[in-house]
Design a protein around this ligand. Structure first.
Ligand code: ADP
Ligand code: TRP
Length: 327
């Protein structure tokens, strides 16, 4: 029998999941997991989150929340090796080794790094070497495929390069990792629809999966739809993508037709979309609340995942130490 392809992906515990994360990554993770065709590793990237500004208490709380949210969204620890990055020390060790094969100028090209450095005074070295840790996350488990949103493509490409630099310097060991996108790899902000929907823009720019229906409806009501120039305005296009994903096919087709005929009323689109999103995540909200009341269960799930991941990570590092000449 052919070996199953290996899928690796992660998410930082920096805030509640929003529909951009869901449509760009998490929904796909669950589909791939349930297809039974892959060996899956999904983790909470808490070491990456240290490059941000959270306090220790905030980080602690958010790791639990992210764990509960991913489970509520459908990650099944029986089918997926699901764990917290920092529980497996090999991530940091492999990252150091990759530091020593990665040219500085390749890191200087990374757009996420350039954006962040422009935002922060006194940017840390962690922001600069962030993609190296990401390469270690993926290659520690020999990841073939990495399902992520559009903004992460460059980091997955760097992972592929890192594998090549390593393989060329030492011997053929790591696979050629590829990214995997959903049909909706870039959901836009509700208020600034020319920017990616992101936690960092602020509450009213994003719809969180845990938002109550009234909140969702209010946020969508305020979404920008104004047309600039000809064609479909970016804000409208974004709402149409969302109704396609969260509403039924007929409703979607109805609004597409009305947009073409120029009879569309954005108030109606927003109303139906708000209701559809609230309904879509109703089970998610219940499940999330249940899990958050059961911290013991979350801890147990994480420790089982750690054990499974640790076995693979340890084996990789035994190989690597030998290959690179460490005693
Ligand atoms: P944020 O930008 O809100 O901090 P993250 O960087 O934590 O989100 O992203 C986690 C995952 O969700 C990544 O795979 C990322 O590519 C994906 N993602 C984030 N925002 C979006 C978006 N607006 N549209 C599609 N995918 C997204
Ligand atoms: N950098 C990713 C993000 O911000 C999170 C991440 C860390 C990741 N390590 C990873 C994603 C490995 C895929 C694979 O979304």
């Amino acid at each position: 029998m052919n070996k199953k392809e290996i899928i690796v992906s992660g998410i930082q515990p920096t805030g509640n999941l929003h529909i951009g994360n869901y449509l760009g990554a998490v929904k796909k993770w669950v589909e791939l997991q349930n297809s039974g065709k892959y060996e899956m590793y999904i983790f909470i990237a808490d070491l990456h989150a240290l490059t941000g500004k959270m306090t220790a208490d905030e980080l602690r709380t958010q790791i639990n929340k992210t764990c509960a949210e991913l489970l509520a969204a459908g990650i099944d620890p029986k089918k997926t090796t699901f764990f917290v990055q920092s529980h497996i020390q090999e991530h940091a060790e492999l990252a150091w080794i990759f530091n020593c094969v990665t040219p500085i100028n390749e890191l200087e090209r990374m757009t996420q790094y350039k954006d962040k450095v422009a935002q922060f005074k006194n940017a840390t070295a962690g922001l600069f070497t962030y993609p190296i840790l990401q390469a270690a996350d993926i290659l520690l488990y020999h990841g073939d495929l990495v399902p992520v949103g559009q903004d992460q493509i460059q980091h997955v490409e760097l992972t592929r390069d890192t594998a090549r630099w390593f393989n060329n310097k030492y011997e053929q060991y790591f696979p050629e990792t590829k990214h995997l996108l959903t049909p909706t790899p870039k959901i836009m902000s509700l208020l600034e629809p020319n920017k990616k929907m992101s936690k960092s823009l602020g509450q009213d720019h994003v719809i969180e999966l845990s938002d109550e229906p009234e909140i969702i409806e209010n946020k969508i009501k305020k979404a920008v739809t104004a047309t600039e120039g000809g064609g479909v305005a970016p804000g409208v296009a974004n709402l149409l993508v969302l109704i396609k994903e969260f509403g039924d096919q007929k409703t979607y087709e109805k609004f597409i037709q009305m947009e073409k005929d120029k009879t569309i009323r954005y108030g109606d689109l927003k109303k139906e979309l708000g209701e559809a999103v609230g309904k879509y995540f109703s089970n998610f909200r219940t499940e999330r609340a249940k899990l958050l009341r059961d911290e013991k269960k979350l801890t147990k799930i994480m420790s089982v995942g750690t054990k499974k991941a640790k076995k693979v990570a340890e084996k990789t590092m035994i190989d690597i130490r030998k290959i690179i000449g460490l005693k």
